[in-house]
Design a protein around this ligand. Structure first.
Ligand code: PMP
Length: 410
């Protein structure tokens, strides 16, 4: 593939820093380095680090790695963690293309860098309609046009996507990138099927579109089998995949990773070089030590437990929805993640005031759907999440919401 088409002028203008390029030599024992801008770690107050897991296991951080992570390190992340995650990608996705990987401060860091890398002024970015508000907020700040592609109860609709591209106005730049969240979409909670993914991938091939696969909820799929990712289907090197530890280890770690074509990962690293230099060392160390202790199989067992946790929450929440929302809203039962996208009925066309004023007065919080609308239009939808509520509170929250909907409908 000719990646120059997918690299913005802005991104092309970034040059490697000579200091960062020399970094690998600075840690070598056979080389005397006068080049380091590194502060002397002897002045750092931290001596060692031990972490206790909830099961009582105590993990002592490897002393050498700990010292290393207290200092500046590689732009793409701790090498040992990169290697571990590369192997995870191989085991989980069986990619048939060559790929490189970089670690970031959460997947948000990487998906915004990925988008920024591809957008020239005036470019068009395709997004699912509705789409993750965190990506929309970033795109809003860029000099680009955001165009939504239709979704239904099964997520993105391949036929609508193809129609959009087939009927593209000649005087408008053709879109280069599709930003999508195929698993447990935020806000819809819907996961797109393998068949639809294959069709969408083929359409992207036909129209030469890169896929930015934001799969933060990938490991929260219920049941034993996960739907194959776009990355696993990729034969051209047209998928840039973002993963996250936020939903499976800890969101405060701020740890995500991007996998994709080497040329593009290099460009993203160049972005990191000129902005935050590298992902933070200590979260990477904590993550690596844990993953290394667990092994890949142990990690996959852990995500299985996490997904079962959310599945049980989903079941409880759906029971509450059946009890309080029947006739007041419509929804699709999610098979992954933590969200339900509720379409309010009874003639409600705009959920904003209902959520921001009336529901709040009754002391219940939901997210108004317009936050996720690529074109900013009004919508009767609201996003509700079951991740942090117990059964009693689920019932009570939905009972209060039901009251608000009834009052609104009067
Ligand atoms: N993508 C989606 C769809 C999300 O919902 C989120 C978190 N809300 C992110 C990315 C960002 O996650 P992270 O914590 O890895 O930056």
């Amino acid at each position: 593939m000719d990646y120059s088409h997918f690299i913005s002028e802005h991104s092309k203008a970034r040059n490697p820093s000579s200091i960062r390029a020399l970094m690998p030599y600075m840690n070598r024992k056979d080389i005397i380095s006068l080049g380091a801008g590194q502060p002397n770690p002897a002045t750092f107050p931290f001596a060692a680090m031990t972490i206790t897991l909830k099961n009582g296991d105590v993990m002592e951080m490897d002393p050498e790695l700990f010292q290393r992570c207290l200092s500046y390190d590689a732009t793409a992340g701790l090498q040992q963690l990169q290697d571990w995650l590369k192997e995870l990608q191989r085991i989980e996705h069986h990619p048939s293309v060559e790929y490189d990987l970089a670690i970031g401060s959460g997947s948000q860091d990487l998906l915004t860098k990925g988008l920024e890398m591809m957008i020239n002024p005036g470019d068009v970015v395709l997004v699912e309609d509705p789409a993750y508000t965190g990506a929309l907020a970033f795109l809003d700040s860029q000099d680009c046009k955001v165009v939504g592609t239709k979704t239904d109860d099964g997520g993105m609709i391949p036929e609508a996507f193809e129609d959009l591209l087939k009927n593209w106005a000649d005087d408008s730049p053709r879109p280069k990138v599709l930003y999508c969240h195929p698993t447990a979409g935020n806000p819809t909670g819907i996961s797109i099927s393998e068949d639809r993914k294959r069709s969408i991938y083929a359409i992207c091939q036909k129209y030469n579109i890169m896929i930015l696969e934001d799969d933060a909820y990938y490991y929260l799929q219920f049941g034993n089998k996960r739907i194959p990712s776009y990355f696993s289907m990729d034969v051209d090197g047209r998928v840039l995949r973002c993963d996250s530890m936020s939903k499976i280890l800890s969101s405060g770690l701020r740890l995500g990773w991007v996998t994709g074509p080497k040329v593009l990962i290099e460009r993203m690293n160049m972005h990191t070089m000129v902005t935050n230099l590298q992902p933070s060392g200590i979260p990477q160390l904590m993550t690596y030590e844990l993953l290394n202790k667990w092994g890949h199989e142990g990690f996959l067992n852990h995500v299985g437990e996490v997904s079962r946790f959310y599945e049980q929450k989903r079941d409880l929440f759906v029971a509450s929805l059946d009890k309080y929302m029947k006739g007041r809203a419509e929804w699709v039962v999610p098979n992954a993640g933590m969200f339900v996208w509720l379409k309010l009925l009874n003639g409600i066309t705009d959920s904003f005031d209902l959520v921001m004023n009336k529901a709040l007065k009754k002391r219940v919080v939901a997210i108004p759907g317009d936050a996720f609308m690529p074109m900013g239009n009004k919508t009767p939808y609201i996003r509700v999440s079951y991740s942090n509520v117990n059964k009693e509170d689920m019932d009570e929250a939905l009972r209060r919401l039901a009251e608000v909907i009834d009052e609104e409908a009067k």
